[in-house]
Design a protein around this ligand. Structure first.
Ligand code: F0G
Length: 360
């Protein structure tokens, strides 16, 4: 029988490109190595001749791209002797921090905006045994408090202002270029704090500077219309959107993201909540891929830019789907129109339900 090497996570995979030592104890849950799926049906449905791939980051161990950064941030925190980590979060960072802290045997403190995080994410933070601190405020308030408290208490911040987070997340760009044999023409991402768009650009640049690829993508960042400081050109004080993951008005990587925009000749644009939810459903119903609302922003924005012609046909495009759809079952069920047929436990009724709902 042919044996394969066991995949043991992105730090082992990219050891020589990450700041670890030979004797560093690596805290991993097997993150990374996520599928890059070519869309079969959506290009035809929108009437565009383009090659669209989605990088399904929802298949990371805790269901979002945050694990790429968290494996390195927690590995380094432990190496440096830290006994506790802390973050503010719209949900995914807290889920990831909680899981990696549990794995490492240290404590995670997570500050989340009360009533504004998806149920799946809250369940994760609670189940992994983190200390969940709900604040009467939004993510931006949480971030400010985390910075203030970390200046006074022995806790390591694991938000994306921690440079190891960005280092870990750059590996997604490595995986994409290795699979495609080159960088794509365009790379579209949802933008909140703008850490991930910064990390991807770092990864593409690193491979280009090392001669592994000789092209770099145009980076395009999309935000929810009610939470769009990069489109407004200034911070937003009361952000709001159904895509709670990116409900952020004061992005932490503001300057870095503008540099990405300039260097890659890219742009930022916004999508309405309706466009985000419609696109989430388009993916689930036509491609079998379930991502959370914030993640669908990358494809929703791309569809707008394809329709307007800003992104021309004939191009190769990657959209990052940042988190799994199961993170936010409430929003999914609320907007679903799929028939739920209720019957008695009876064969004749099952047959009737099948015949009534058989598609042509
Ligand atoms: N998509 C999802 C699903 C997210 O959870 C986030 C950020 C983003 C996109 C935006 O990424 O901030 O790097 O631009 N979530 C953070 C959190 C804020 O706390 O989980 P970004």
């Amino acid at each position: 029988m042919p044996f394969r090497n066991r995949y043991t996570g992105l730090i082992e995979n990219y050891r020589d490109r990450l700041p670890v030592h030979d004797d560093t104890r690596i805290i991993s849950l097997g993150e990374g190595n996520t599928p890059l799926i070519r869309l079969n049906n959506i290009p035809r449905l929108i009437g565009k001749d383009v090659d669209i791939y989605v990088k399904y980051e929802g298949l990371n161990p805790t269901g979002s791209f945050k694990d790429r950064g968290m494996t390195l941030a927690v590995t380094k925190a432990v190496e440096e002797g830290s006994k506790a980590i802390i973050c503010a979060s719209t949900g995914n960072t807290s889920a990831s921090a909680a899981a990696y802290a549990a794995r490492a045997g240290i404590t995670a403190f997570v500050l989340i905006p009360e009533g504004k995080i998806a149920q799946g994410k809250l369940a994760q933070a609670m189940m992994h045994g983190s200390v969940v601190i709900q604040i009467q405020g939004n993510f931006d308030d949480g971030m400010r408090l985390v910075k203030e408290v970390a200046a006074q208490a022995p806790v390591t911040i694991v938000n994306s202002i921690n440079p190891y987070r960005i280092q870990g997340q750059k590996t997604a760009a490595f995986e994409i270029t290795e699979e495609l044999g080159a960088a794509p023409d365009y790379h579209c991402l949802p933008v909140g704090n703008a850490g991930n768009i910064t990390a991807h650009w770092m990864g593409y640049k690193e491979y280009a500077e090392n001669g592994i690829i000789n092209n770099r993508p145009v980076m395009v960042g999309y935000q929810a219309a009610g939470s769009a400081p990069f489109i407004k050109g200034e911070m937003v004080d009361n952000p709001d959107t159904v895509a709670t993951a990116i409900r952020i008005g004061h992005p932490q990587s503001w300057d870095k993201a503008w540099t990405v925009q300039k260097e890659s000749k890219g742009w930022f644009d916004k999508c309405s909540d309706d466009e985000i939810l419609t696109t989430q459903k388009l993916l689930t119903e036509n491609e079998g891929i379930f991502c959370e609302p914030a993640s669908a922003t990358s494809l929703a924005g791309l569809i707008n830019d394809l329709k307007s012609g800003k992104i021309p046909e004939g191009k190769k495009i990657v959209c990052t789907l940042t988190g799994h759809g199961l993170k936010d079952p409430e929003t999914a069920i609320k907007q679903s129109t799929a028939p739920v047929v209720k019957i008695k436990a009876d064969l004749a009724e099952v047959k009737k339900a099948i015949l009534d709902n058989m598609s042509e």
